[in-house]
Design a binder for this molecule. Sequence first.
Ligand code: ACO
Length: 312
Amino acid sequence: EELAREQAFEARIDAGDFIEAKDWMPEHYRKTLVRQISQHAHSEIVGMLPEGNWITRAPTLKRKAILLAKVQDEGGHGLYLYAAAETLGTSRDEMTAALLSGKAKYSSIFNYPTLTWADIGVIGWLVDGAAIMNQVPLCRCSYAPYARAMIRVCREESFHQRQGYESLLVMMQKGTAQQKAMVQDAVNRWWWPALMMFGPADKDSPNSEQSIRWGIKRVTNDQLRQKFVDATIPQAEILGVTVPDPDLKWNAERESYDFGAIDWAEFWRVVGGEGPCNRERLAARNKAWDDGAWVRDAAMAHAKKQATKAQA
Ligand code: ACO
């Protein structure tokens, strides 16, 4: 009977069907989704920190309002994603515990520091740009609750990307020489980490083959990275910045850019907890959790009181 269910599931996937929370699914499919969705949720929540660092120092009221809204959106994305993961039978508490103990992964990119205001624009342009490239295909993920969450997330990410690019355009077109240099410096620091966001090369990606077969991922890590480079270089030209890659070259035959080798040793170091800000990020999340204990306790006490009243 188990085999028949498995075959029926595979047939649904092959037919392009979407899977809902209550449908039967193989344990490995469920585990893969919990892994990916919870990592994605953690990335949104940890991703609030590097940008949150600049809210009090945004240069104008307008930029501050935009940044506040954006960081708040990331918090919202984290919540939808935790909720999507919960439909697979994992509790929010379990996922939170895994993040706070350092056991869970989250995107490597958020372990780099935001040193200047230009970093905020570059995060919008490159980091959110890479996130959109990776996430638009996830709107067609075979697991429907995740796919539905991604539709709204992608709309908001698109606003994030544009606000970042626009703020850089202002600095490059109206800024002082020093401000322009600041933008170029930020691009130099974020370019390679942004390319690493797409994950290891396909040949070194243990999860890709099965995830593609199940329609969890629709496009491979290397394909997405290439699409990102091809879409981003013309934007860099309009902006008037260069990317720190001497091997970058248009390949007329492939109609794509060739680009230099990624430093995978750096990538695995950061994923393994040894990036420039890993410790700082985990400490900030743990502090927020501890500082929020009284709010959780109060909410629980209130809920209990309401329930007792309702019974009486
Ligand atoms: N940072 C940290 N870990 C990574 C990264 C990265 N940039 N890329 C890959 N990894 C991890 C994987 O999680 C996996 O570890 P695990 O098996 O312990 O879970 C391991 O490296 C090998 O990678 P893959 O086999 O390629 O893993 P996978 O098929 O899950 O692909 C990817 C990785 C592309 C990140 C995929 O999980 C995905 O698309 N996730 C959803 C999007 C997302 O999480 N975005 C977060 C950043 S964007 C943002 O939040 C604004």
